[in-house]
Design a protein around this ligand. Structure first.
Ligand code: KIV
Length: 265
């Protein structure tokens, strides 16, 4: 099976086939996600919240992201691996952005993701100019948390909806190969998806996007500090893990583990 790449995703949109994407940050999870047959694995800066236990993604560093990207790239054989550029790695000038994005490719990613619309067009153009594929990300952009004072659905009124429509076209024109739409009404997700040629990947953007992405800890029920409305839990691994660990504690305390099968004669 050929590895998923930009052309695969563009073809899927053209053929009306949905694109599947998930985040992963470590070797076992990335292996599982890849073996399950996902199209795209995003090493998201959401790892700051769901792996590092931070309040938001702002403190996540290039060092953190490259560390996790290397690990995930080592595990994934079929999916496309995308590295998420952290806060201040691309906002400080196009030269810095090219250098940092290039380090993601050296770490094994096939593309990078950056948050923003009109404000990051020069960065997208320059990265694409140097053959670094870019996935853009508009709507709720977690690195802008202090501009919004929290995470609020974007594009509910016609003026902001129009602004997002314009930004979607602009990032496409600048050369982005795909666009994440986060936290926008279903109708707007549909309008944007129908108005651009590059695939849209939604998270809280409704069912008409060309694909969907979720944070793996949310899907598996491993993170419960907050659960956004757009999350669907397909398993409750936190509860299952607690039960398994409690069984282990009980058996050790009762002397039932290790048994003969786990012991050397
Ligand atoms: O950081 C991340 O994981 C993301 C996705 C949720 C789109 O940006």
């Amino acid at each position: 099976m050929a590895r998923t790449n930009i052309q695969t995703l563009i073809k899927k949109k053209a053929e009306n086939k949905k694109i599947t994407a998930l985040t992963a940050y470590d070797y076992p999870t990335a292996t599982i996600v890849d073996e399950a047959g996902i199209d795209v694995v995003l090493v998201g800066d959401s790892l700051g919240v769901v792996v590092q236990g931070l309040e938001n993604t702002l403190p996540v560093s290039m060092k953190d992201m490259l560390y996790h990207t290397r690990i995930v790239a080592r595990a994934v054989k079929n999916a496309m691996v995308i590295g998420d550029m952290p806060f201040l790695s691309y906002q400080t000038g196009v030269g810095n952005a090219v250098r940092n994005a290039g380090r993601f490719l050296q770490a094994g990613a096939q593309a990078v993701k950056i948050e923003g619309g009109g404000n990051i067009l020069p960065v997208i153009r320059e990265l694409v100019n140097f053959d670094i594929p870019v996935m853009a990300h508009i709507g709720i952009t977690p690195q802008s948390i202090h501009r919004y004072g929290g995470f609020r659905v974007q594009g509910r009124d016609e003026a902001t909806a129009q602004k997002l429509m314009d930004e979607a076209r602009q990032v496409e024109d600048a050369g982005a190969f795909s666009l994440i739409l986060e936290g926008i009404p279903t109708g707007l997700g549909k309008r944007i998806t129908e108005s651009i040629n590059i695939p849209t990947i939604g998270i809280g953007a409704g069912k008409y996007c060309d694909g969907q992405i979720l944070v793996i800890q949310d899907l598996l029920g491993l993170f419960d500090r907050f659960v956004p409305k757009f999350v669907k839990r397909y398993a409750n691994l936190k509860q299952e893990s607690v039960s398994a660990i409690q069984a282990y504690i009980r058996e050790v305390e009762e002397g039932a583990f290790p048994g003969d099968e786990q012991s050397y004669s």
